[in-house]
Design a binder for this molecule. Structure first.
Ligand code: SF4
Length: 163
């Protein structure tokens, strides 16, 4: 299989990785088929723009000083291509993150990551912001589980007067 990944979109966001401004790439071709997938239209790995280290580097130069992290939504199904992109991001001084629908990733990929979200989408359990979620968000630099950072305040907490 080709190591060339394709992306359907890239955006900048602050919600995907705590305390980071992330340049977020949505990678085409997720093979997992979670029921109720929010991105079913992206299953075709041939759609979107090619993304190689040179293409990424050109974008990173534009976002230097604006973004602090590069976050890939998928791409672990092509480990060689993803590792090359993660190394390029680090080479430019960006932190790295992967959102994976799997429960573990290849060690070669994990070695290039600062942050990792694990777990498939299960509608009955909800995403990272739900206390019932099966998903986990990890800081691989120190092994901390940061999933709690995505929780919304409960209604009761939101109504409680500030001390
Ligand atoms: S991991 Fe995400 S993109 Fe892939 S099938 Fe599951 S919900 Fe869809």
């Amino acid at each position: 299989m080709s190591a060339l990944l394709r992306f359907a979109a890239h955006t900048v966001g602050t919600l995907e990785v705590p305390d980071e401004v992330s340049l977020i790439y949505t990678i085409s071709g997720c093979p997992l088929r979670c029921p109720g997938c929010h991105s079913a239209e992206l299953r075709d790995a041939s759609q979107g723009e090619p993304l190689d280290p040179e293409t990424l580097a050109a974008t990173l130069r534009r976002y230097r000083g604006l973004a602090t992290c590069v976050c890939f939504l998928g791409g672990e199904w092509q480990p060689d291509g993803l590792v090359a992109l993660l190394r390029e991001a680090r080479r430019h001084g960006f932190a790295t993150c992967l959102y994976s629908g799997r429960n573990s990733v290849d060690d070669r990929i994990a070695a290039e990551l600062d942050y990792l979200k694990l777990g498939p989408w299960v509608a009955a359990l909800g995403g990272l912001d739900q206390p019932t979620t099966n998903q986990r968000f990890l800081d691989l630099r120190d092994g901390r589980d940061l999933t709690h950072r995505f929780r919304r305040p409960t209604d009761a907490a939101a109504l409680r007067p500030a001390a």
